[in-house]
Design a protein around this ligand. Structure first.
Ligand code: MG
Length: 369
């Protein structure tokens, strides 16, 4: 996959006044912002779909999990599907397309699915764009999305393109699979460990880059790290967001993972809490280590965001997989994924007897990567 530098898109070179990311999203406060996790769960529960982790046919038409697993009329053939969409969080439309696609397919990877059949792209163009801006920005977003979809091995089509007050990039990812192709995310065993495959802090890293346009905030950033460190922080975040969780999904089978989820908008704690809730055994997750992108914590401290990061509540985009895996297999998993992805994974916790809660220990071990 193309891992080009990320701070290079210059709107003025394209005859555009501003980045598409700078569109006024203030109206989103009412409608477009993420629904709080508790509210979302309540809304979904009211749909009365089967949430029981004990349904005997081993097939979930589920909600609250990363993707929907649907039986078909063919024996041992299921369809697993997810839909997700995003608002731009960086300036470069091509890279934003890559990130959006990686984030869409990540929910399938969390099920251990590593062969994706089809991705249908959904795009809404901002009605504040001029015709020229539409002509420049749209093909770049689509190309970035397509390139990442191809890297995932999927057939990518444009499903829907509309005009809206906001630029929205997303899609539907589908895999046709048999039972051996997926790992139901509900079999965590006492004695397992928790592995995380990407470092935390990408949204703060994106904010740091955005604050270059905000003199007061930028001054706070420069009190904590240098301009060059801020660039490296942002580039590292973008590379992590662009990277598919495909190899992690593949290795989940090889190393007999018992359950996984991907870490996105609700932060590592929110997604860990969601995963533990669906476990068949009475377990709890104990998180003893939190890996962050280098310098994220220093910046977060300078802008009063450190507590949210250490509490595990800072939102991520296109984050890594959080995987419950047998303790004896974890080191080999981490070693092999580092060889494949050229990026580290970490053992960050343990699965213990408990009441389906998640605990981040006091004095959690901070890892900077
Ligand atoms: Mg997910």
């Amino acid at each position: 996959m193309d891992q080009k530098p990320t701070n290079t898109f210059n709107p003025s070179q394209h005859g555009i006044k501003e980045s598409f990311r700078l569109t006024d999203y203030s109206d989103l406060r009412g409608w477009g912002c993420k629904v709080p996790q508790a509210v979302l769960t309540r809304l979904l529960e009211e749909t009365n779909l089967d949430l029981s982790p004990n349904n005997t046919d081993n097939v979930k038409i589920g909600i609250g999990l990363d993707a929907c697993l649907m039986p078909t009329r063919f024996e041992n053939v299921s369809i697993i599907q997810t839909v997700d969409f995003f608002y731009p969080l960086i300036d470069d439309p091509y890279t934003m397309g890559q990130i959006a696609c990686a984030n869409v397919v990540s929910d399938l990877y969390a099920f251990g699915i590593y062969e994706i059949d089809k991705i249908q792209m959904i795009l809404s163009i901002c009605d504040q764009f001029s015709e020229h801006e539409v002509d420049v920005i749209t093909p770049l977003i689509i190309k970035g999305f397509q390139d990442t979809g191809k890297a995932a091995g999927a057939f990518v089509v444009m499903q829907s393109a509309t005009i809206n007050p906001w630029c929205i990039i997303g899609g539907i990812a589908t895999s046709v699979c048999s039972q051996k192709d997926y790992i139901n995310p509900m079999n965590a065993q006492i004695g397992d460990v928790l592995v995380l495959t990407k470092p935390l802090g990408v949204q703060i890293a994106c904010n740091v880059n955005r604050w270059r346009d905000n003199p007061a905030k930028w001054e706070s950033v420069l009190n904590a790290i240098s301009d060059e460190e801020a660039n490296t922080l942002f580039d590292t975040a973008v590379q992590n967001m662009c990277r598919l969780n495909k190899n992690a999904a593949f290795l989940m089978h090889k190393y007999e993972a018992h359950a996984a989820t991907d870490v996105t908008g609700f932060g590592i704690l929110g997604h860990a809490e969601n995963l533990v809730k669906f476990q068949e055994q009475n377990v709890k997750f104990v998180i003893h280590s939190l890996p962050f992108i280098k310098n994220v914590l220093s910046v977060a401290e300078a802008v009063n965001g450190k507590k949210k990061l250490l509490d595990g509540r800072a939102p991520e985009t296109s984050g890594g997989l959080l995987i419950c895996i047998p303790k004896d297999n974890a080191d080999s998993f981490c070693k092999e994924i580092e060889e494949m992805d050229k990026s580290k994974a970490w053992v960050i916790g343990t699965v213990e007897t408990g009441t389906k809660t998640v605990e981040i220990v006091n004095n959690v071990n901070i890892i900077e990567s």
